[in-house]
Design a protein around this ligand. Structure first.
Ligand SMILES: C[S@@+](CC[C@H](N)C(=O)[O-])C[C@H]1O[C@@H](n2cnc3c(N)ncnc32)[C@H](O)[C@@H]1O
Length: 349
């Protein structure tokens, strides 16, 4: 999978950096975040503990066919959802420390890099079915996604289901004088929200209690993290990091990841029931590729002279006495997330 690129607009939305946002954005001041990201930053300050996983995009590069690569990406999406992961970071081993997210997510042909492929499929699967057509233009990398089992996450609501929140997409505003916008939230009718937003934007709508879609007050847009604050799992975000040091440096959470765990067969063996995690705010669990995290750290110029034990608070073997000589990354993700499940729940409670 090579690196040919075409143009695709980017927008940071829940779930992924992909969108077919058709309207040019207003110019922002240098360093200023788009409005929806500003919202997210505010909400992140509310400090619901988060769990992120990081894994290399290179795990896709060694897969023999598109179908198998798609299945692998699907397994990672399932693992992230089953274990309520908030953020999936896909890293490369590039020498640049520039955040090349815009480049990596630019529309590309079937030769796109493993990282771009993985991000596209993860983002697609995280998006509720009724929004996919609008947010994901046709792409050859998506040709086998129909084979994948659905994530069946709580925000993947069906037409007849009512929930306190729904993911939606803002629609073209036909009424010039209107003080609100219409949003397609995957119900039989579109709902009105109390602010005018550019069309093509993914939003989280607080549905309120009035189930009548025609009548009543317009509904409110909330930060995509709000359902989490109410205890619901609301999908994962997908982020790109050009190298492993950028996984940490570009952490979107205030104060960064305050507990970092690396996984490896060379790690420490601790029984899951005896593992005590500190009361973290933002936990990161990292996985390596074919040659492990050790090589990822060695190859990163920003980490010269450092080894895995310098950059992680814990370096753990989550599957001691393995029978196979190698545990593949996608297998290690399931094994490790199950291993961490109980220690994480103990911290939460
Ligand atoms: C093919 S393995 C890499 C093998 C490498 N020698 C290593 O460091 O584990 C790919 C990834 O799976 C995970 N992994 C493999 N075996 C593991 C184990 N016993 N415990 C925890 N993670 C493991 C690690 O994240 C590793 O980087």
């Amino acid at each position: 999978m090579g690196k040919k690129k075409e143009k695709q607009h980017e927008t940071e939305q829940n779930g992924s950096s992909f969108s077919n946002e058709k309207h040019p954005k207003k110019k922002r001041k240098k360093g200023e975040k788009p409005k929806d990201q500003q919202n997210d930053c505010v909400s992140l300050a509310n400090e619901i503990p988060t769990v992120s996983i990081a894994l290399p995009g290179s795990i896709i590069d060694n897969v023999q066919s598109f179908e198998l690569a798609t299945r692998l990406a699907g397994q990672i999406a399932r693992a992230a959802t089953i274990f309520r992961i908030d953020e999936v970071v896909i890293f490369d081993n590039k020498s640049t420390s520039e955040d090349a997210s815009t480049e990596i997510i630019e529309n590309s042909d079937e030769n796109e890099s493993g990282a771009a492929f993985l991000m596209r499929i993860l983002g697609y699967l995280e998006t509720p079915q009724y929004l996919r057509k609008s947010l994901f233009p046709k792409h050859s990398s998506l040709r086998f996604v129909g084979l994948l089992p659905p994530l069946d996450a709580p925000h993947h609501l069906r037409k007849h289901e009512w929930a306190s929140y729904r993911e939606g997409i803002t629609l073209e505003n036909l009424d010039q004088g209107s003080t609100g916008s219409l949003v397609d939230v995957g119900l039989s009718k579109n709902v009105m929200i109390d602010q005018v937003l550019e069309p093509g934007k993914r939003v989280t709508v607080a549905m309120g209690t009035n189930r009548q879609l025609d009548a009543g007050l317009p509904r409110k847009i909330v930060p995509s993290s709000r359902p989490r604050e109410d205890g619901m799992y609301w999908g994962y975000k997908v982020r790109y990091a050009p190298n492993i040091s950028s996984v940490f440096k570009k952490c979107p959470y205030q104060g960064g990841y305050d507990h970092r765990i690396g996984t490896s067969e060379h790690g420490l063996v601790i029984n899951s029931s005896e593992l005590t995690l500190p009361s973290y705010r933002h936990l990161l669990i990292a996985f390596g590729g074919l040659a492990g995290l050790e090589e990822c750290v060695e190859e990163d110029e920003n980490l010269k002279g450092k080894n895995v034990r310098d950059i992680f608070d814990l370096y753990l073997n989550t599957c001691p006495h393995q029978g196979s000589r190698t545990i593949r990354t996608e297998e290690a993700i399931f094994i490790s997330l199950q291993y961490f499940n109980e220690p994480i729940n103990r911290v939460k409670n």
